[in-house]
Design a protein around this ligand. Sequence first.
Ligand code: GLA
Length: 345
Amino acid sequence: MTDFTAHAPGRVNLIGEHTDYNGGMVLPAALSIGLDVTLAPREDDTVAVSSGDYDAPEIRNLSDDAVGEWSDPCVGAVRVANDLGLLSGGATLEVQSTIPEGSGLSSSAALIVAILKAARAAGGGTQSDVELAVAARRVENEYMGVPCGIMDQMAVALATPGTAMALDTKHLEYDLVTLPDSHEMVVIHSGLTRKLTDGRYAARKVECDAAKAHFGTNDLCLLPVEQIEQAELDPIAKRRALHCATEQARVWAAIDALKAGDIAALGQAMNDSHVSMRDLFEMSLPEIDALVASAQELGAAGARLTGGGFGGCIVACVAKDTREAWLEQLLARHPQARFIDAVGA
Ligand code: GLA
């Protein structure tokens, strides 16, 4: 049986958090860490998954429900590949990954997208990468029960090294914007792991739904800030909506700044985004606030929590020629933190 291979990178979101299920913009970039999948189609209904990280292969069946195991995204992806007519049965999968799990760097989306790309090659499919990203989101939403947006799947399916993806998540239109020459986007793990399945991500989604119901729209990001400020609604739902609408303006400011090479404006948007995530969306943690504050004090042009929140990584925009000294001082102050990756032009 022939093997089919595919690669997907991890991603870091530069700005635009929790906007991707509220009709807004995001600005993710592909990382150099990523994962590779080798897929061999099977005629039975077995999904056999092995990975360098685990001793024995996991043997699952196509009809299995999600059980909270690392192989869930694999079973879900093989099921969707069957729905798309790319496979007719199970698959043997070999996964090699350098993306740490539970870090907010889209290890799950990368795994699903890479499996779907390998299945597209196996089945001779004509689906576009955007169609595969949409199908990959279905695996998380419907099979795994994670109510995530579309950012991660689009980023890992389509982002190219050296660029950030200015993605309109409402229309799935995007523009690849070149990253600066002079600076790098440095990803630092806080040492605190997180899972989208732990309930806090879903709780934020429910709070946004309350605001959506109040305003009669799915697109909190597109509401005028004054309209939200003047509205009489539950204070928590109001703070969530205010984050979405102000974050939308900050993503556009960051895109304009990147295009103009205005690092100060980019950094300001990132710093302001962190404050909004901390105070309005309430998705940060004291240790992460401290790490972001240190990153800024030590000379980053901007720094913020990145991803779903409640742990995971921060991203900082740091001048290339000061990166080494900056990193050394940051890690000396925060021994539980660790360097993950740095991306630039
Ligand atoms: C996770 C989700 C994304 C997005 C971010 C927050 O990464 O998978 O869809 O909502 O959190 O911006």
